[in-house]
Ligand binder design. Structure first.
Ligand code: ADP
Ligand code: MG
Length: 705
């Protein structure tokens, strides 16, 4: 006998689950214990709580429950798809026709004409007579049926081929869940503290688990689902909030109380343009954080082109003014190089020393660079993930800046933060992939968010259109006109790992075609398989206008800044996510001229789904709105890249649909984290235990956003 509470027993100890089924449950639904089964929630419900009568059936397609007596069986037709079993049901008000194409022998073995049965199925009408094709059928007086199915709101569980082969259809799963609930000497206990369940009017946990599987009525089902959704949000928010509290109590951070000479000189004499109000506001927010010896963890969200780099640079100056070093990490070499160039250029007059460290910096150059870092003569180190290598050690690292932070894994970001053992460096992260507010609240519970919600003046909306192969010559004609005006253009191809070979081929073919068509212009090419020097050379040529069209894979997706480029052509646009398209489009529209984005659909006319998505791109310019649409179309898992973000998947909650519950749960978690951050109070013991298990099971111990 195991000493675990009964609900943590292995699923094989449940009656009706042999080794074969146990494997199917584990592999398809991640069910290992009885509790896992209870937490496997129905995908949908069918309301069978009303009994219908044959005489009153009207609506074609309506799902109905009928009871009555079976008539004679007849087998009609021959051959697959034709051969069928028919019968009738007489319920005293009329007669309905019944037809089955499959499982006919089983039905004939189990039922005889004259039996009283319950049927459930969808109505159709055949020569004005009601008929049910393939109804579920049960004996009226079957006790198990009466408990599980009869006149209830019936749950339907997720399915898979493996489950089906193990004989675990929704009906069988229903039976297993019922067995767990029945065997209960008590269900998994409540863990949300009583004052909160009262304040938010939450159904007690036991009742919610009962009702979500076998709802008594719609109102209770709704209450049960609300409670369980609340629970999911609450746990995650609690992790986030307590982490934030902890971060504040652990290693102190260096305080940067002075706004010194570098910042002021730059602000007064070297600003390349006037800051937007939004940029000023965000710099102020960061400044306030940096003044305190509490580690800052702030995410700046700003649409592409909103000027995040300049904000980062000014924040770096605050650190420098207070005698600390800064590390800036970007996801690609091209981007790191670009930042390095603009930082070096803008900061040269101030005597600030910047260095670049990427994978392609050779050992010989690396040595003096690392020495400079250690003696503090290098002030700002800019680079790729090469920055996190152990050999990179700072004298006094005080601020880390992570550009396009969604491109980094959790572990990479964390390792950079370990580079000052004495004091925790402040963190500034930047992203142009706006997280819709509903999601950000939960995902970034331990992060403060600043939003640059204003573009620099003079930007015109980018004219976006959807085209296909039949329009290619017209598109090229248009491109030529723009080139003749002295503009430059990007042509971007998708590249995904699964089809990398063909994708690369498409890029090179595209490049050849364009080179042949635009003989009087230079066409450059950049893709991930090129050597860093070649890439760099191509980028520089484009930036300095020695080439006019740049063909590339998505390496240019993030951050690259060439204001003279005014045309963005995206090939096979339907293969990109909306947020990615928005990022790509953001490469143009950076100068004063009207810019254009042409979404080339690989198929023309595009599929309905592709049309819908590309049309959304043509209509919307606002990155936040597009992110929301993307989230609606793809769901939060794909949107965040769940695996990378390290977030658990929600079992029942939906960050988009359940925003109001999310808000309540978050508020509840906040209250609690303030009141008892370590959950030390006796009345929070159940919660603490549950939370620890939740953190373990979801691998959240390492999570740090
Ligand atoms: P992102 O937020 O996408 O990283 P960048 O920082 O690359 O955007 O800035 C986009 C462009 O806007 C750059 O060319 C930058 O020099 C310019 N820029 C930034 N701030 C301003 C401003 N306040 N006024 C005018 N142009 C600006
Ligand atoms: Mg940027």
């Amino acid at each position: 006998m195991s000493t675990r509470p009964y609900w943590q027993q292995e699923i094989t100890y449940l009656k009706g689950v042999g080794p074969h089924r146990a494997v199917a449950l584990q592999e398809s639904l991640n069910i290992y214990t009885w509790e896992d089964l209870l937490l496997c929630f129905p995908r949908k419900y069918m309301d069978r709580s009303r009994l219908h009568t044959v005489a009153t059936l009207q609506e074609e397609g309506e799902a109905v429950t009928l009871t009555g007596r079976l008539g004679a069986f007849e087998t009609q037709g021959t051959g697959p798809g034709k051969k069928r079993l028919t019968s009738t049901l007489d319920d005293g008000t009329g007669t309905a026709l019944l037809t089955w194409f499959q499982g006919t022998q089983w039905i004939q073995r189990r039922f005889k004409p004259g039996d009283e049965v319950v049927l459930f199925g969808r109505v159709s009408f055949f020569q004005n007579q009601a008929q049910l094709v393939h109804p579920e059928i049960d004996p009226l007086r079957d006790e198990e049926h009466a408990v599980l199915n009869h006149l209830k709101i019936v749950p339907f569980y997720p399915g898979s081929d493996a489950l089906k082969q193990a004989g675990l259809d929704s009906r069988q799963l229903r039976r297993l869940v019922h067995a767990v609930l029945e065997a209960a000497p008590g269900l998994p206990p409540e863990f949300i503290p009583a004052p909160l369940t009262a304040q938010y009017q939450l159904l007690p946990r036991e009742q919610a688990l009962q009702q979500v599987h076998f709802p008594q009525d719609r109102a209770l089902l709704r209450a049960a689902r609300r409670r369980l959704k609340f629970e999911e949000f609450f746990l995650l928010d609690l992790v986030m909030f307590s982490r934030r509290q902890l971060r504040r109590l652990q290693r102190p951070a260096p305080a940067f109380p002075h706004i010194g000479q570098l910042f002021n000189t730059f602000y007064e004499n070297h600003l390349p343009f006037q800051l937007t109000q939004a940029q000023k506001r965000v710099i102020k927010e960061v400044r306030a954080d940096l003044a305190l010896p509490i580690q800052m963890n702030r995410l700046v969200q700003g649409d592409v082109g909103s000027g995040k780099t300049l904000v980062a640079l000014m924040c770096a100056l605050i650190a420098l003014d207070n005698g600390y070093q800064v590390a800036l990490m970007a996801p690609t070499e091209i981007l790191a190089e670009q930042h390095f160039r603009s930082f070096s250029h803008l900061l040269a007059p101030l005597g600030v020393r910047c260095q670049l460290l990427t994978g392609s910096v050779k050992a010989r150059a690396r040595k003096p660079l690392l020495a400079e870092l250690l003696d503090g003569s290098c002030h700002i180190l800019i680079g790729t993930h090469a920055l996190i290598e152990d050999s990179v050690q700072f004298a006094r690292l005080g601020l880390t800046i992570i550009d396009e932070q969604h491109k980094f894994g959790v572990a990479q970001r964390t390792r950079l933060w370990q580079k000052n053992q004495a004091l925790a460096p402040h963190n500034l992260a930047m992203t142009a992939t706006p997280i819709p507010r509903t999601l950000a609240m939960t995902v970034y519970g331990d992060v403060d968010i600043s939003v640059i919600d204003e573009l620099p003046p003079g930007r015109k909306p980018i004219t976006t259109t959807m085209r296909g192969d039949p329009h290619r010559l017209r598109v090229y004609g248009f491109l030529r006109e723009e080139l003749e005006k002295g503009r430059q253009a990007y042509v971007v191809y998708p590249l995904v790992e699964q089809s990398a070979k063909t994708d690369l081929l498409a890029v090179t073919h595209g490049w050849e075609a364009l080179s042949q068509y635009f003989t009087d212009y230079r066409v450059g090419i950049v893709h991930g398989r090129m050597s860093p020097e070649d890439k760099e050379g191509q980028m520089r040529d484009f930036k300095e206008r020695r080439s006019h069209i740049l063909v590339s894979t998505t390496v240019i997706e993030v951050g690259v800044d060439v204001p003279n480029a005014s045309v963005m052509i995206i090939e096979n646009a339907e293969r990109f996510g909306l947020s990615q398209l928005h990022q790509l489009r953001g490469r143009v529209g950076r100068g004063a001229e009207q810019s254009y984005c042409i979404l080339m659909s690989g198929k023309w006319p595009a599929t309905r789904d592709a049309q819908q998505r590309l049309k959304a791109m043509c209509e919307h310019q606002d990155g936040f709105r597009i992110a929301e649409l993307d989230l609606e179309l793809r769901g939060p898992g794909d949107f965040l890249g769940t695996r990378q973000s390290g977030l658990p998947e929600f079992r029942i909650a939906d960050v988009v649909m359940d925003a109001d519950i999310l808000g309540e749960a978050r508020e509840a978690a906040r209250q609690l984290a303030i009141q008892d951050p370590d959950l030390q109070q006796p009345e929070h013991q159940a919660l603490q235990q549950h939370l620890n298990r939740y953190i373990r099971q979801n691998g959240l111990a390492e999570l740090r956003l």
